[in-house]
Design a protein around this ligand. Structure first.
Ligand code: FAD
Length: 417
């Protein structure tokens, strides 16, 4: 970002602290008379924006804020925020019918220079240790190296749409779990503002007129509308999104079994689909959508653990962490959000459907590498001899299942979840 800003006569300045304190200080010290920012949707961010305005306006500093995070501009959606439908399809259909997606702004060719006093101040880019993290190198097993910045985000889009022509079959591949190209992997760049949904939309339209327009090209936009939806739901419900009872106000009796939570988080449940996905998250900061749905459902429904522990754990690790998408999807999969049907998954059924040959399991659980296709999704079913023949000892080199899945499904039905 700094490189791009320098090309157009400006530069990036990084300050650390609470924005509502730091920004007014900069304004005071450098005679700044206008502050412009992009609005966010979740409660803590909204509170921060409010305090910032309160601290700036009385000092005569003008404040302008804009929305740039969503495909549909909040000013264009055919609902008052408090009337955003609680069912996605109702939201999507009406927006698709009535909202014209705004065109992209042209990129500025130049920006006014920073005030003299600011441009001379040295600001250092804080490294990861500044924030209390120990330095980490990205896992080589990650679906992508995930380089930050707009340039890298655009290169990924170019690869996915134009070089490899993958968009035309996105709808058939998007439920995969293994590899770089089953889905777009745009989420980290979207979450960090390096790619905008409107830019992606405009590229889909260009692809549709230059290459092909089909269900897959539409489906990528459909998924971006899901993303929008959780952003609007967050605006509508504010802090309710973080309540145990969620936006539905459903009072389940959640368990706080720390051992079960730890086993889930470490990827040691003895249920390969769950473990492989959690190990991918732990080692790379990414997990497929199919994986996320299954591990969330398993924690909240099969283990009956307070879903917010899972959402917080994801928050601490995801490289594409987005408050609205994370908490909205967690609530949805835990039965306290926007799913009108409140479903649960048959975990082994999902594993057999989306990883039929067990390649994904073997990739992230090398201890099961030699297990045959027959047992790869339920290795505890192997007898001792079969275990020996593939170098596995259930209960020793790979755990017994932490719970009996069949019993847990009966419990879910009993609880009425
Ligand atoms: P693609 O399939 O290529 O989709 C394209 C884009 O559409 C994504 O980049 C994303 O921006 C959007 N999208 C797709 N599915 C969803 C969805 N269900 N909800 C919202 N947006 C969607 N996504 C995040 O960006 N940040 C999160 O913190 C996050 N947490 C999640 C937690 C749970 C429990 C679940 C079930 C889903 C979560 N998702 C989150 C949504 C989804 O899993 C990821 O956006 C997706 O896996 C990212 O991969 P992709 O870019 O290749 O997706």
């Amino acid at each position: 970002l700094n490189r791009r800003l320098e090309q157009i006569n400006s530069r990036l300045i990084i300050l650390t602290g609470h924005p509502e304190e730091v920004i007014p200080r900069v304004c005071r010290n450098h005679d700044v008379d206008r502050v412009v920012f992009h609005e966010e949707e979740a409660t803590e961010e909204k509170l921060c924006e409010m305090k910032l305005r309160d601290n700036l306006t009385p000092r005569g500093v003008a404040v302008n804020s804009y929305y740039g995070a969503t495909l549909f501009h909040p000013g264009d959606v055919p609902f008052e925020i408090e009337n955003i439908p609680d069912v996605f399809t109702a939201f999507r259909k009406k927006c698709e019918k009535h909202v014209q997606i705004r065109p992209l702004f042209p990129e500025p060719e130049t920006l006014p220079p920073l005030p003299g006093s600011l441009s001379q101040t040295e600001f250092e880019l804080p490294g990861e240790t500044f924030f209390g993290f120990s330095p980490q190198s990205p896992s080589e097993k990650s679906v992508l190296p995930f380089k930050g910045g707009e340039q890298a985000g655009k290169e990924r889009l170019h690869h996915y749409f134009w070089d490899k022509d993958l968009l035309k079959k996105y709808k058939e591949t998007r439920n995969g779990m293994l590899g770089a190209d089953y889905s777009s992997k745009f989420s980290p760049w979207l979450a960090l503002g390096c790619l905008s949904p409107r830019f992606i939309y405009s590229e889909v339209k260009r692809y549709e007129s230059g290459r092909v327009r089909n269900q897959s090209t539409y489906w990528l936009i459909f998924e971006l509308i899901w993303r929008d939806y959780f952003h609007f739901i967050s605006l509508k419900y504010g802090s309710k999104l973080f309540h145990a009872s969620g936006i539905k106000g459903k009072e389940y009796k959640w368990s706080r079994n720390n051992d079960h939570f730890r086993i889930w988080a470490e990827g040691k449940t003895g249920i390969p689909l769950i473990d492989a996905n959690m190990r991918e998250l732990n080692q790379s900061g990414f997990m497929s959508n199919r994986g996320r749905q299954n591990v969330a459902c398993f924690l909240a429904k099969n283990l009956n653990i307070d879903w917010r522990l899972g959402a917080s754990y994801f928050e601490s690790l995801l490289i594409d962490y987005d408050v609205c998408s994370n908490w909205g999807n967690w609530a949805y999969n835990s039965g306290v959000g926007n799913d009108p049907r409140d479903r649960y998954f048959n975990i082994v059924g999902q594993a057999k459907r989306y990883d039929p040959d067990g390649d994904y399991i073997r990739y992230w659980l090398p201890e099961l590498e030699k297990v045959s296709d027959e047992f790869i999704h339920e290795p505890h079913r192997m007898n001792v001899e079969t275990q020996k023949s593939c170098g596995v000892e259930i209960g020793h080199t790979y755990p017994f299942p932490v719970i009996n899945l069949e019993e847990s499904y009966r419990e879910i039905l009993k609880r009425g979840a």
